[in-house]
Design a protein around this ligand. Sequence first.
Ligand code: CAA
Length: 405
Amino acid sequence: MDFALTQEQMQVRKMVRDWAAKEILPVIGEWDRKQEMNPAELPRMAELGILGICIPVRYGGQGYDYITLGLVCEELERADTHLRVVMSVHMGLNSLAVLQWGTEEQKQRFLVPQARGEKYAAFCLTEPGAGSDVVSMVSTARKAGDKYILNGEKMWISLATKAHNFLVVAKTDPAAAHKGMTAFIVERDMPGVTMGDIHGKLGVRAGSTGWVAMQDVEVPAANRLGEEGEGFKIAMSCLDNGRYTVGAGATGLIRACLEDSLKYAHERKTFGKPIGEHQLIKQKLAYMQQWYDAAQLMMYKVGWMKNSGKRNTRETGMFKWYATDMAVKAALEAVQLHGAYGFSDEYPVERYLRNSKGSVIYEGTSEIHQLMQADYALGLRHDGRLRCELPAYDAEYWQAEPQPA
Ligand code: CAA
């Protein structure tokens, strides 16, 4: 077993860390207060290759592996959660699904511009009345010749007002429950597609969250991802990837809490000595370190499983659940350790606390993950029967230049 990172992985991690330190951290407090996304960020992420980091070079990406994706997400959320959210939807929930499920024509049309960062991508599963209970969605897709007519409303959609391509799941056969759902790529300029932002969120305020509505949207059959009836399975496979990015981001958030708390523990003095020399403060730091180390190990394990093409639904769910729950705990401890300063936006830990709460809700609440993990333990749920797999990482294939047609 080898836990050493490759030179390439370390270089990419350093590139993202340096960028965040120079261009994000100095201004993030301001954008968070304004509750707006800095318009310079997405083009800059595209320029740095982040938006196609683990997509094969032949499809416009950088050709790095899934562990590199995890490291990038850790660094992004170390700076601010909203940057990792971009990766969760653009890469985890959308681009990797097009890589996994798309036809060659769909990869050329959608994946290539997304990996190059010329187009941004989002994921539309959740509805005003359907979150954890995916099958209760009411959006429909009615077949009409070589098109589908889509109607419905999707909610809590990250990048709703920024994305060009939406991976939408809708019901083609409402009577058939999860077997009656189908996935489509809906383009933002298709007539009948409207979107807007949601304001007043507790956290991730520097990010973009909104709604997407579809009224009699004519979607060509060529935009259907997978077969009719495969939408639920595709959505779940998207979540296998999205949840990995969320867990990796939460690992970065735990590190942010730890690093800021260590700094403060050295600087702040009470009763004649730095607070880090008091036992109750040491205990908080020790727990944060433990949560970080454990989350990081889970990230490496899941990244390795993805690289090897092994089914990882259970391990990804466990990682997402653990890392996000621990990020909330770490943020609470970091605020407590900072005392009254932690309660004000003079220090970033209050932002960490607000941001940490979203991750235990989206991409499967902690409660959904607990139910799934209990069912795995009880032998009531088995990944073995699930067929679809993300392509294993093969450096030679992923880094090969596109062949001339
Ligand atoms: N990969 C492939 N296939 C899968 C799969 C996976 N990971 N998971 C399930 N399937 C298949 C199963 O094999 C099964 O197929 P068969 O009927 O052919 O056997 C079928 O899908 C049904 O699966 P389950 O029996 O496991 O379904 P379930 O009803 O027991 O469990 C659930 C469903 C776990 C509760 C699921 O609905 C779930 O995860 N809910 C949470 C949804 C969620 O995370 N929503 C967040 C949306 S994203 C978001 O937040 C927006 C954003 O922009 C950030």
